[in-house]
Design a protein around this ligand. Structure first.
Ligand code: NAP
Length: 309
């Protein structure tokens, strides 16, 4: 289905993001003989690749490491002929029939686009958070957990990510304080049961971090109890933040998004612009999981095939 536009190659489908949604779209689109380009700025597998273990994807009864799953997904997508480049996306121009994707490696053209760029870690927006990022503040337990062997660390947040990663970090840290703004975890019961029984983990309930302090590296968290307004200090060697996610949509123009920036789609993954589809965590949806991302990717690809026909 591919043809040239002047000197430029025009892909049938450009997939933005190489996580489960994007790579599944590549598998389905590739099997439909589409010429596909995948643009990914980090590692294949997306967010899941930096997770220790994927435990709830059907067909892996013992679980599978996130990095292994990411590699298998990439191999699978490339087997059906997709090309993949490592580049960050600057802006997309969806105005014409041929859409332009401007990246750090140049411009690419496609008849359809599948946006599967996922989400990025949310921030607290308090003093010290930016300056001490990478100097004790981390967003990735699998990447940085090792540096906190026998150290005391804090994990901030009460959702699935915070609890799952705190459990993982108990392999390294001598002590973990989980700081949550309420007195009840949001994480699923299976994860709650695990963390509540872990002797290395203690909890600071109804508490928020108001400042990260330290000269060269993080040493102290300033905290505030939201129930009685008492303030405190917690001395830690590191802090892992899992306070929700923000959609990666900075490169978008003119696409309909919700109040939090998530792309609004139909059940068929159609966005407000014909030929542009969105799949996975970046779109407004009820359940953000690998399995629903893969499902979105499959639907987006088949809808792109239908659009091209
Ligand atoms: P999340 O579910 O949105 O949880 C964010 C947590 O951070 C919540 O506990 C929230 O508190 C807290 N929080 C948000 N803003 C805060 C602030 N300004 N100050 C202090 N605390 C704040 O995000 P997530 O845990 O990253 O999960 C994202 C999605 O991925 C979810 O759909 C989740 O189910 C999924 N996920 C699944 C797994 C799995 O193993 N199945 C693993 C990871 C993620 P409140 O509870 O008070 O709102």
């Amino acid at each position: 289905m591919s043809s040239g536009k002047g000197q430029e190659k025009v892909y049938d489908m450009i997939i933005l993001g190489g996580g489960p949604a994007g790579l599944t779209a590549a598998i389905y689109g590739g099997r439909a003989n589409l010429e596909i380009l995948i643009v990914e700025h980090m590692m294949s597998g997306g967010e899941i690749a930096s997770t220790d273990k994927l435990d709830n994807y059907p067909g892996f009864p013992e679980g599978i490491t996130g990095s292994e799953f990411g590699q298998l997904l990439e191999q699978h997508a490339l087997r059906f002929g997709a090309e993949m480049i490592s580049a960050s996306i600057d802006v997309i121009d969806t105005g014409g029939e041929i859409k332009k994707v401007s990246t750090s490696k140049g411009d690419y053209y496609g008849r359809t686009i599948v946006i599967a760029t996922g989400t990025a870690p949310g921030l607290l927006g308090v003093p010290g958070e930016e300056t001490l990022r990478g100097k004790g503040i981390s967003f990735c337990a699998t990447c940085d957990g090792f540096f906190f062997r026998d150290k005391k660390i804090a994990v901030i947040g009460g959702g699935d990510s915070a609890v799952k990663e705190a459990i993982y970090l108990t392999r390294f840290a001598s002590e973990i304080v989980l700081i949550h703004r309420r007195n009840k975890l949001r994480a699923v019961p299976a994860l709650q049961n695990q963390i509540l029984q872990n002797p290395k983990v203690s909890f600071l309930w109804d508490t928020v971090v108001t400042e990260f302090r330290g000269d060269q590296a993080l040493t102290t968290l300033a905290t505030k109890n939201l129930k009685d307004s008492t303030v405190g200090e917690l001395y830690v060697d590191g802090a892992f933040l899992y306070v929700g996610r923000i959609p990666n949509t900075g490169f978008l123009k003119g696409l309909e998004v919700d109040g939090q920036g998530y792309i609004i789609t139909s059940e068929e993954m159609e966005t407000s612009i014909p030929g542009v589809f969105a799949a996975g965590d970046v779109r407004r949806k009820y359940l953000r999981q690998v399995i629903t991302a893969a499902s979105d990717g499959a639907i987006a690809a088949m809808m792109a095939v239908r659009y091209l026909e």
